[in-house]
Every structure is written in C-alpha cells, then in structure tokens.
Design a protein around this ligand. Structure first.
Ligand code: SF4
Length: 359
C-alpha cells in the first residue's frame, strides 16, 4: 500500500525484532506505514544504552535502550515498543520484556510517541487486539484493513520460517522475506562436528552481542544448529519427553531446542549462551545441564555482558570444540578397534602392522 500520509515507525533492532520482525514488517507495510530500523548493534549502541539503566540490568535490555537512542538520533517520532506479556495461556515473558514500555518511559527523557500495544494471551488479549491497538496510534480504525494487515504480516512471517526450517541462514531469510523473495537452502557440507546452541534469538543472531559465535564455530568446521532448525511441535514434544513443563515464553527457543537435540543425538555437544544476570535463563540452563549430565552430552554455558572480552570467549569455545573432537576421535578409534578385534569378527588378524600399510 502507498504511504499518503508519510507515516513512519521506528523499530529497535533488539529483543522481539529477532523473532517477530517479518510479521511487524508485513503488518506495517500493508497499513502503508514505512518501517525505519535502528542500525545493527555496535559497541557505541551498547554503551549508550548501558548509561541509561542500572548496571545489573541484563545486556539485551541495555542494548534495547541503546537502539531507542539510535532511532531518536534518526529523528523517529513514532517508536514501536510492544509489551509482550504472555504468548500462550500462562506462558510468560520475563518481567523486563513485559515491562519494556515502562523501562523506556522511565529512563529516556526525550520526546517521541511510544507505540506500545500489549499482547497477553493469559488475559485473552490476542494478536488481533494487539494489531488493533497498534493501528490506533496511527489513527487507523478500519478493522477489515487491520485484519488484512495481520494476514500480510503472517505471510511474511511464514515465508521467513519456511526458509529457516529448510536450513536457510537467519540473515539471508530475513533479507529475502522482507523483500518478498524466497532463498534456497545452501549446499549441505558434511562437517566433522556438530553442536546445538540454546539461546535467545536476540542474543544469538545479534552478531555484536554473540561476538559472532555462529560464524566462529563454522570457521572451526563445526555444523551449528539453532532454534530455527526445530519446529514448535518438535520443541514442545521434546520438553514433554524430558518430563519438563513449559513456563517461560522463550522456553521453546531454549529448553525446547536443547531438549530436541539432546534426545535425537544428532549433535556432539550443546552450547548455552545466556546474558549475565538473567533469571529465566539460569533456570532453563540448569534444567538442561541436569539432563545433559544424565545422558552424557557435553555442555558449555557461556554468559555474556557488555564487558565480555573476545579473546577469553574464543579460548573457551576452542577448548570446548577441541574436547568434542578428542571425544569423537576416541569413540571412533574404540569402534574401529572393536571392528578388527578377533573376538568380534572371529578371524585372526596380524599382530604387527606391515611396514608400508595404509594404516
Ligand atoms: S529473559 Fe533474561 S536476558 Fe531476556 S530480557 Fe529477560 S532477563 Fe534479560
């Protein structure tokens, strides 16, 4: 749709952007509202956000505030700050995500209009109500148009997910879905090791926050799986199969992903990436650590904050990958020893390996 009134909305490239941006994009676009994104996270954005909030606030919230400042510097008059309370009946977000509009209102003293709809499925406030509340800020009240915009949002969102579920990397799928295209799955290259990462999208897919964890692992020849490789149905059944219950809104993304790969044994190890001081993450990671221990699955927990240094971070990843490689080598060697054992195959084998043999 055209934008006759020159309506614009700023969207911070943080928190719910990483899960819902394709929906937001399709919705606003259909209503004729131009979307302005904040820049990608930089150290400057983090430091700006950190200046406004108390120091023990988790890193993603500091980053979120930094992105609001970035949008204000771009002279955005309307900024989208949704309050996503619960995404299902009694499936709750943490208090900071629920109270994002309050946090922003209390720490930023610059004039702008905060577009602050609420989604709270526990209280019966669903997605259509959320869309109606959003449109109201732009004086759009036509419910038929709003419903169409909601479906347009779903179309972009579903296109994004069909790409990521078939193995298209996150950044390519975002780009393609918001330009109305579809990207094909890259050629699958077999790698010697594979890991699953459990972490919030807003930590993992933000290259600055995650210190490029995915790219670093790929450079080490490790195949990486994330929540994007797991469907909601798989995540839900994996949580149930571990005997756990879903409480947090991000539980599917974290516990569900880790549980899925833990149970199907497709990976050699699990990496948990979480923000220092995050209450829900510490509970979910502890839960998964317990099940990993029971099933002998290696797990490393990496916590990040604005002071995390790249050198120490890389050393820990390298040590973990190195340990996985040694474990795998030992396993393969044990298996091949077993294969040539006279007891197993019931034939005699030479005691000495001939000089010049391939081995
Ligand atoms: S879930 Fe944790 S990391 Fe995310 S906003 Fe809440 S406290 Fe911060």
């Amino acid at each position: 749709m055209n934008n006759p009134c020159n309506l614009k909305v700023g969207i911070p490239r943080a928190i719910s952007y990483y899960n819902n941006y394709p929906f937001y994009y399709g919705f606003f676009n259909h209503l004729g509202i131009e979307v302005i994104l904040s820049d990608k996270t930089t150290t400057k954005i983090i430091n700006q956000g950190a200046k406004y909030v108390v120091s023990d606030t988790c890193l993603p919230i500091k980053v979120y505030v930094g992105h609001i400042i970035n949008l204000l510097d771009k002279e955005c008059e309307y900024i989208f700050v949704p309050s996503i309370q619960s995404t299902g009946y009694k499936i709750n977000n943490c208090s900071k995500i629920r109270g994002l509009p309050e946090i922003v209102r209390n720490v930023i003293d610059r004039p702008f209009t905060m577009v602050e709809p609420t989604l709270d499925k526990t209280e019966g406030i669903g997605l259509f109500d959320f869309c109606v509340q959003t449109a109201k800020f732009f004086n759009i009240f036509d419910k038929k148009l709003i419903r169409e915009a909601m479906h347009a949002g779903w179309d972009v969102y579903n296109n994004f997910h069909s790409m990521t579920n078939s193995g298209v990397p996150y950044s390519i799928a975002i780009e393609a879905s918001t330009t109305g295209k579809s990207a094909g799955r890259p050629v699958d290259i077999v790698k010697p090791l594979s890991v699953a990462i459990m972490g919030h999208g807003y930590n993992l897919f933000d290259d600055r926050i995650s210190l490029n964890l995915i790219k670093k692992l790929e450079k080490m020849d490790v195949k990486v799986y994330t929540s994007l490789d797991v469907t909601s149905a798989e995540a839900i059944s994996s949580i149930e199969n571990l005997g756990e219950i879903q409480y947090w809104a991000n539980e599917l993304e974290l516990t569900g992903t880790a549980a899925h790969f833990l149970l199907d044994k497709k990976v050699d190890g699990i990496i948990a990436l979480s923000a220092f001081g995050c209450g829900p993450d510490s509970l979910m990671v502890d839960e998964i650590a317990y099940h990993c221990k029971e099933r002998n699955m290696p797990l490393i927990h990496l916590t990040i904050d604005e002071h995390t240094g790249e050198a120490g971070f890389v050393t820990r990843i390298e040590a973990f990958v190195d340990m996985l490689m040694r474990k795998k080598r030992a396993f393969i060697t044990k298996k091949s020893d077993k294969f040539i054992s006279p007891d197993d195959v019931n034939v005699s084998v030479p005691q000495e390996i001939p000089v010049g043999s391939a081995k």
